[in-house]
Design a binder for this molecule. Structure first.
Ligand code: NAD
Length: 504
């Protein structure tokens, strides 16, 4: 794809977007955005310091009265224009997302960008659908109703794996409900978050409603979470960092929404359509080079199908085409960085001591040598309590284990600290119903794995966090409900006062 723009030129003004303007960070420390397919630096910028976070929070606070005071219809109108603006920039957004993440361009154009545009249009509509209990005289003497109100300035922190979609998931429900926001993208992947915020300004979203601070987690991130003028923290990232974020947010009494790690099981019963399950396992485990919190990571296959499943998944993985992310025929791009690729490779090397690497388990050579590539990898014969089964690897790695009874399969599926997503593969309605009921995860697919839609919630159980992204449910996160109660008696001495003073 040769029609891309020059990131350094476009963001020469800096990687902070505060009050509708790009500016440089003031931390004195610089960061390089590296194309993981080539190892080349595509953007060098100064990281945000605590003063930049303060400025962004001040800009968001200044914008809050006007934005929260706009009618839902006014917010909706401008958000529809935002969706149109993003759609108009689809090629540039896809290019930038592939450049900074190494994603195959067919994934950026087919998933990341249209998903973001759809999410924006969804929340433009949702802005007009704030819901609550009907006003009524619930005790006979008073009229009660609820107001669903914006909360204030939201501080959000996002990971590097889907930078554009994560910006959308964090920003859109917050602003649709009338809040203003400061988003900190991952330092490795700020480009499309900045483009997203700029597109909002072009569409007419007022300055200060969406602010971006691009800084390191330890200083800019923690400062944002602890900031006294930030009323809510919404964090997507690893469970380890989520714990730290929770400590700071709790000590400053903030609302908290945590979208954390995953280790999704892929449960194949013996009546499943084998070909569908094999295709689903390869697509579900390799999406975004396995750097997806809902990716299929643990396949449990009932014994009669086990050998055929292992054989066919390995064969299909070997057909997956690694290559230049901008080649439309490339199926699998590099991992986000060489350091992350080396972490994934180290897990596989340790696994060789206790398991069998059926296919993959190495970096490709040749023309891909300079990129952070790793071959699709299938691992068998690992114990349930081993590292490869229990910990999040975030790479193109699937581990496969057999099971005998349905009880055992469901128990194994639930046997990690995580609970973000899962899938069950069967043609038996009763088995499917049982699996969807008993698997502890925020999403359970039946006979598929990965699709998401704007109308439905995304969020975890257990150590995968709490709260929901996307859907009308995310409005619950970003609004607060106020009970308003009017006395209808107009008498000075109310009957209930006798419980406090005097007699009837
Ligand atoms: P990470 O936890 O290392 O970083 C996430 C963000 O937190 C980054 O912006 C980082 O700069 C910031 N951060 C780091 N330390 C911080 C601190 N002390 N205080 C405040 N902020 C801090 O995660 P990552 O490596 O960027 O992303 C991968 C992880 O994200 C995986 O665990 C994956 O499962 C998870 N994830 C979850 C979801 C979901 O919806 N549940 C979606 C995508 C990714």
């Amino acid at each position: 794809m040769g029609n891309g723009f020059h990131v350094q030129d476009r963001f020469a003004g800096g990687a902070q977007y505060i009050g509708g303007k790009l500016r440089s960070g003031t931390s004195g420390r610089h960061h390089e955005v590296v194309n993981p397919a080539t190892g080349e630096t595509v953007y060098r910028y100064e990281l945000a310091g605590t003063e930049d976070v303060d400025a962004a929070v001040a800009a968001a606070a200044a914008a809050f009265p006007g934005w929260s005071g706009a009618t839902p219809g006014e917010r909706s109108d401008v958000m529809y224009r935002f969706a149109t603006e993003l759609a108009g920039q689809a090629d540039d957004l896809a290019y930038a997302e592939s450049l900074q993440c190494g994603k195959p361009i067919k994934l950026s154009t087919g998933f990341d960008v249209p998903g973001t545009v759809d999410n924006t249009a969804f929340f433009a509509g949702a802005a007009r659908h704030l819901e609550g209990k009907a006003a009524a005289e619930y005790d006979g003497d008073h009229t009660s109703y609820v107001r669903r109100e914006a909360i204030g300035v939201i501080g959000s922190i996002a990971p590097w794996n889907y930078p554009l979609q994560m910006a959308a998931w964090k920003v859109l429900p917050a602003i649709a409900a009338g809040n203003t926001i400061v988003l900190k993208p991952a330092e490795t992947t700020p480009v499309t978050s900045l483009m997203f915020a700029q597109a909002a300004t072009v569409a007419g979203i007022p300055d200060g409603v969406i602010n971006i601070v691009t800084g390191a987690g330890r200083d800019a991130g923690e400062h944002l979470v602890g900031h006294p003028d930030v009323v809510m923290t919404s964090f997507t990232g690893s469970t380890a960092v989520g714990r730290r974020v929770a400590e700071i947010a709790t000590s400053t009494v903030k609302r908290l929404h945590l979208e954390l790690g995953g280790k999704a099981p892929f449960l194949v019963f013996d009546d499943a359509d084998l070909e569908a399950a094999v295709n689903g396992a390869v697509a579900g485990s390799l999406i975004n080079t396995g750097q997806d919190c809902t990716a299929a990571t643990r396949a449990y296959v009932q014994r009669p199908l086990y050998d055929a499943f292992v054989r066919d998944v390995a064969a299909l993985m070997e057909t997956v085409r690694l290559g230049d992310p901008f080649d439309p025929s490339t199926d699998l791009g590099p991992l986000i960085s060489h350091a992350h690729r080396d972490r994934v490779a180290a897990v596989i090397e340790r696994a060789r001591a206790y398991a069998t690497v059926v296919t993959g388990g190495e970096a490709p050579g040749g023309g891909l040598r300079d990129g952070a590539y790793y071959r699709p990898t299938l691992v068998a014969d690992a114990a349930q309590d081993s590292e490869i089964v229990q910990s999040e690897i975030f790479g193109p790695v699937l581990v496969v284990l057999p099971f005998d009874t349905d009880d055992e399969g469901i128990a194994l599926a639930n046997d990690t600290p995580y609970g973000l997503a899962a899938s069950a593969w069967t043609r038996d309605l009763y088995r499917a119903n049982r699996a969807t009921r008993e698997i502890k995860a925020g999403c359970v697919w039946v006979n598929d794995h990965i699709p998401i839609i704007s109308e439905m919630p995304h969020g975890g159980y257990k150590a995968s966090g709490f709260g929901k992204d996307m859907s009308a449910y995310s409005f619950e996160e970003y609004t607060q409900v106020k009970h308003v109660m009017y006395d209808n008696s107009a008498v000075a001495r109310k009957d209930w006062h006798r419980t406090i003073f005097g007699d009837r």
